[in-house]
Design a protein around this ligand. Structure first.
Ligand SMILES: [Zn+2]
Length: 800
């Protein structure tokens, strides 16, 4: 272990707060992570990025699995066989279960009423009286022998170093922006390198006031959260000034931001370093030995899971049966990816439009040619009556014509193909101040509340066209009291700079960033400046970046790229550019908000749905978790990294099925079996779902097509809670006060209905993978030391 290097590392870490306004730099790795690729990162990355510009439809990209290799065909055969086997195994308990259900059949209404009362009497306490025996013994698969992973040792070391390096890069960006990083991964990475943690996890665990036997539902506050709007209660004005420079907001303690000494001590990411890290990551994902190493490990993880299921499925099922009251229906699920403007289903929207036509026929809803138009007149101008309307005329469902046609899909947002109806019914900033949209969202919310166990993280848009977007959004939220304890908000930023630029609404990219971020800084410095926004932000979880990823990009983000202030070209900046500047401003904002004791935000972009692979690289480096991640199926190195860092992936197979990838080819079951942190989400119920409970529809179809077990489903649901932005306290009620602990310690089957066996298996497998890698790096280091050591120690050695 090189001590001088480790102290350098320590210094780099503690330097975070030394120089105000200077970018934080962690260039030094704690251990020797030099590999055979060093010095060539820039060339490799540039070539690869340039490649992705010219030819986005490459037949086989350098980071991919070979598409029609015999391995793939064998794979498919194997999968089919495995599914058949597991299906056979499952039949037996099903017969038993059915017999039991018959036995318990309810005969009369009286019985039914009685049962209902009983049910209400035992509302969801995490069963106090009968403590279930914790089932932790299960059959484990061990691999023995020196050669563990079937690649030459030098390849293993090289690959391990690359993987460790990539993980450290992610850890750095997560720590800098106050986003989370997997605890197990952090612990194992630092155990072996003996370096101090960015933040010791034991200190980070907040106090949980939640009792082990507390009910599963968090207590409901008496006061509506928006009614605490008394301006005397608002935190005071700090009197700071904010100014955006080079695309990132800087904060100054005094009015005039001329003097640099007046700058507030907040960490900023360093553009140059980010580019260097990005190059390292790009070179890594196409490195041959690393690729085949990761591919093999992923295969191993799949097979290991199959063995686990073969040996322990019955035990898992038994453990679930032992838990009283809890089943898949009454565990918490969060829809981790859903857009507010399409969170209702078609039938719901249709009924709502008809009701509005009856109730408010004479309300002026729209200005046409300087004249107010009533709702009746709008429909008359389209030659329609309420009776004519049907789901078919509404025509908002994605169908076979939308596959690979994102443009056609976008048009589906317009009811009856009329953008005016979209404006009236599903927008927040129209002539009626978003009244109808608020109503319909509140109906969706009350459906969620009625279902008790379903929650959603709805996305609302901020476009960055003008400075007052935040205020009007917050006003909409507060005046219509759009709130539910089952809902948290995410802000989606569409990547539409080129559109606004062509319309002359924006001169350069920095103006867009200013419109998005300056109001957030203003309200954090002085909550009195935007009181509604201050209130609204308490329920906002983070930022999303949205648009069609398959649109061609004409730029490579590198050090030659213009800064946002000079980005005046027609072309849209590339995906990574958007993500980097969102991340950079969010990082500064988070530090400022933490100083004030306000909630902080995370980055949760749409990523890897389509388009070039480097979107997933930016996502890995900068975001807490991502939506879609479909393209990971082609990039083994990245998939393995997403696994090791346990980066959450909110997947929506029904949405993919209509747009990018047919259902049977969706990688979700594969990701789940390998242990990636995946959850199920709906994306756009208005376009894809048919029932009142779209999230359940999503689970139901997945379970049936992929033959998911009850344990798999509960694991997906638990993942969705873990990766969601609900508060630590709420999660403590839903999953148990110890939910942040590693492995089975953190699981409470009485709340999650996930057997400890499954959680132990996941935890042990992840630890083994991380140990394999860290061990390889460490062994080589020891060998190096021994090679050097004998020279100096030679005289002391006794001769034989
Ligand atoms: Zn989406």
């Amino acid at each position: 272990m090189d001590l001088s290097k480790s102290s350098e590392w320590q210094k780099a870490l503690s330097s975070q707060r030394s120089l105000p306004g200077t970018p934080v730099s962690h260039k030094h790795f704690p251990i020797d992570l030099r590999t055979s690729m060093d010095g060539k990162f820039k060339e490799i990355a540039e070539e690869l990025l340039a490649h992705s510009l010219v030819d986005s439809e490459m037949r086989s990209a350098p980071y991919e699995f070979p598409e029609d290799s015999p391995i793939e065909q064998l794979e498919e055969k194997r999968h089919r066989l495995e599914r058949q086997i597991s299906q056979d195994i499952r039949l037996e308990p099903e017969i038993l279960l059915r017999a039991k259900q018959d036995f318990l059949k309810i005969d009369s209404i009286v019985d039914l009423e009685h049962l209902k009362e009983q049910d209400e009497a035992t509302v969801d306490h995490a069963s106090k009286e009968r403590e279930p025996v914790l089932e932790r013994e299960f059959q484990r698969v061990f691999i023995s022998g020196e050669e563990k992973c079937g690649v030459p040792f030098t390849d293993l070391v090289d690959a391990a170093k690359c993987v460790v390096r990539a993980l450290l890069i992610r850890e750095k960006y997560m720590a800098l922006s106050m986003q989370g990083f997997c605890r197990t991964t952090t612990r194992l990475l630092h155990d072996f390198s003996h370096t101090p943690l960015h933040a010791s996890p034991s200190k980070e665990v907040p106090e949980t006031p939640v009792d082990t036997d507390a009910p599963v539902h968090p207590p409901v506050s008496e006061i509506h959260p928006y009614e605490r709007q008394d301006s005397t209660n608002l935190p005071s004005d700090l009197g700071y000034t904010c100014k955006m420079m080079g695309g990132v907001v800087h904060v100054y303690t005094k009015e005039s931001p001329v003097d640099r000494c007046m700058e507030l001590d907040l960490p900023y990411p360093d553009l140059q370093e980010f580019n260097a890290d990005m190059n390292v990551m790009m070179a890594l994902i196409i490195n041959g030995p690393v690729k085949s190493f990761c591919y093999r490990r992923l295969q191993y993880l799949s097979s290991k899971f199959q063995m686990h299921i073969l040996l322990n499925e019955m035990k898992e099922l038994a453990a679930q049966k032992k838990v009283p009251h809890r089943d898949f229906y009454n565990i918490r699920k969060v829809d981790t990816h859903i857009h507010a403007s399409s969170c209702m289903n078609q039938k719901h929207l249709l009924r709502f439009i008809k009701r509005a036509m009856k109730k408010y026929p004479d309300e002026i809803v729209h200005i046409e040619g300087g004249q107010g138009q009533t709702l009746m007149e709008v429909f008359e101008s389209m030659n329609l009556t309420a009776y004519d309307l049907s789901v078919d005329t509404l025509d908002m469902h994605a169908d076979r014509n939308t596959f690979h046609r994102f443009d056609k899909f976008n048009a589906k947002y317009n009811p009856i193909g009329e953008s005016i109806l979209r404006e009236i019914f599903i927008k927040t900033d129209n002539y009626i101040k978003g009244k109808y949209f608020a109503h319909i969202i509140k109906e969706v919310m009350s459906d969620l509340e009625e279902s008790k166990y379903q929650n959603a993280e709805l996305r609302l848009s901020i476009y960055g066209r003008s400075r007052d977007e935040w205020d009007s959004l917050a006003q909409w939220i507060i005046t219509h009291t759009v709130y539910s304890r089952n809902v948290r908000w995410l802000i989606q930023i569409p990547r539409l700079f080129d559109v606004y630029h062509t319309k002359k609404q924006l001169g350069n990219f920095q103006q867009m960033l200013e419109n998005i971020f300056l109001p957030l800084f203003e309200v954090t410095v002085n909550p009195h400046s935007h009181p509604e926004l201050h209130l609204f932000l308490q329920h906002v979880v983070g930022f999303d970046s949205v648009d069609d990823e398959s649109k061609p990009e004409h730029h490579v983000f590198n050090l030659d790229s213009p800064l946002p202030g000079s980005w005046t070209e027609e072309d849209n900046p590339p995906y990574s550019y958007y993500l980097y500047y969102t991340y950079a401003n969010m990082t500064v904002l988070n530090h400022l908000r933490r100083k004030r004791g306000f909630n902080t935000f995370v980055l949760r972009p749409h990523c890897g749905e389509a388009g070039p692979i480097h979107h997933l690289v930016s996502g890995f480096m900068l975001s807490a978790n991502i939506s879609h991640g479909l393209l990971l199926r082609k990039a083994p190195v990245l998939q393995y990294l997403y696994y090791l860092a346990q980066v959450g992936i909110a997947m929506s197979p029904l949405s993919n099925n209509s747009l990018f990838l047919s259902y049977h080819r969706n990688p979700l079951p594969e990701y789940l079996s390998r242990g990636l942190m995946v959850s199920l989400s709906t994306d756009d119920p208005l376009q894809f779902h048919f029932t009142k409970e779209p999230l359940m529809e999503e689970y139901s179809i997945a379970a049936q097509v992929w033959k998911l077990s009850s344990c798999d489903m509960c694991e997906l649901a638990r993942n969705s809670v873990l990766m969601s932005g609900f508060s630590h306290k709420t999660k403590s009620y839903w999953l148990g006060p110890d939910y942040m602990k590693e492995g089975p310690e953190g699981n409470d089957i009485r709340r999650s209905n996930v057997p400890d066996i499954r959680v132990s298996y996941r935890h042990e497998t992840l630890c083994e993978e991380l140990q394999l890698i860290t061990h390889a790096v460490r062994t080589q280091e020891l060998e190096n030391m021994e090679e050097e050591a004998p020279l100096s120690m030679a005289p002391d050695l006794p001769k034989h």
